[in-house]
Write a protein that binds this ligand. Structure first.
Ligand SMILES: Nc1ncnc2c1ncn2[C@H]1C[C@H](O)[C@@H](COP(=O)(O)OP(=O)(O)OP(=O)(O)O)O1
Ligand SMILES: Nc1ncnc2c1ncn2[C@H]1C[C@H](O)[C@@H](COP(=O)(O)O)O1
Ligand SMILES: [Mg+2]
Length: 193
């Protein structure tokens, strides 16, 4: 089954909570027709299904913690396989969250050709998430959980960027700029592939 995706074009989209990963991915989908898979969205879909597994996931996500690696990797892999025949490339948004996740992804799925690093200041991310929380309905868009998500990002996810910098595949975009300006830099990174 995994043979179907072994040669797929894979882009990791990494950045802090509220940095603008999802916003940029939507624009990439519109321009390049890539398949956008957000690990957070896949997990929220499972929560929304009302399953027992969803209940366990909800409790973890509400606390701003990471769900177990195998759970999230299996979900991504299944979603990739489901789209393999029609996909021009995959945007994996919100994964890897820690170096181990990247290593396991490469063992079970394949290697990324690009890591798009969506960078914004901590205070900007907090402001954006509090604003988003007014309408998002996301249980983790509240002050207490945002702080935990941000701390975890700096502690566990920033080392992922350093790891892939060693491979020369990281392109950093300044997400303090307006979304369309950020996207012009994202486009340059993708066009350089
Ligand atoms: N460049 C930008 N300038 C101003 N606002 C932005 C920008 N990019 C995104 N936003 C807004 C849209 C959302 O309301 C909010 C968070 O963006 P979003 O794309 O959902 O972040 P994200 O996907 O990185 O967050 P999360 O990790 O929580 O899923 O900020
Ligand atoms: N890659 C992931 N590993 C573990 N947990 C994850 C991953 N992606 C999402 N999650 C959980 C934990 C996050 O706080 C929530 C929301 O994710 P988001 O990318 O902000 O939508 O889901
Ligand atoms: Mg998102």
């Amino acid at each position: 089954m995994a043979d179907k995706i072994k040669d797929a074009k894979i882009i990791f989209v990494v950045g802090g909570p509220g940095s603008g990963k999802g916003t940029q991915c939507e624009k990439v989908v519109a321009k390049y027709g890539y398949t956008h898979l957000s690990s957070g969205d896949l997990l929220r879909a499972e929560v929304g299904s009302g399953s027992e597994r969803g209940k366990t996931l909800q409790a973890i996500m509400q606390k701003g913690e990471l769900v177990p690696l195998d759970t999230v990797l299996d979900m991504i892999k299944d979603a990739m396989i489901a789209k393999a025949d029609v996909s021009k490339g995959f945007l994996i948004d919100g994964y890897p969250r820690e170096v181990k996740q990247g290593e396991e992804f490469e063992k079970k799925i394949g290697k990324p050709c690009l890591l798009l690093y969506v960078d914004a200041k901590g205070e900007t991310m907090v402001k954006r998430l509090l604003k988003r929380g007014e309408t998002s309905g996301r249980a983790d868009d509240n002050e207490e959980t945002i702080k935990k998500r941000l701390d975890l990002y700096y502690q566990a996810t920033e080392p992922v960027i350093a790891f892939y910098e060693g491979r020369g595949i990281v392109r950093k975009v300044d997400s303090e700029l307006p979304p369309d300006e950020v996207f012009s830099h994202v486009s340059k990174a993708i066009d350089s592939l």
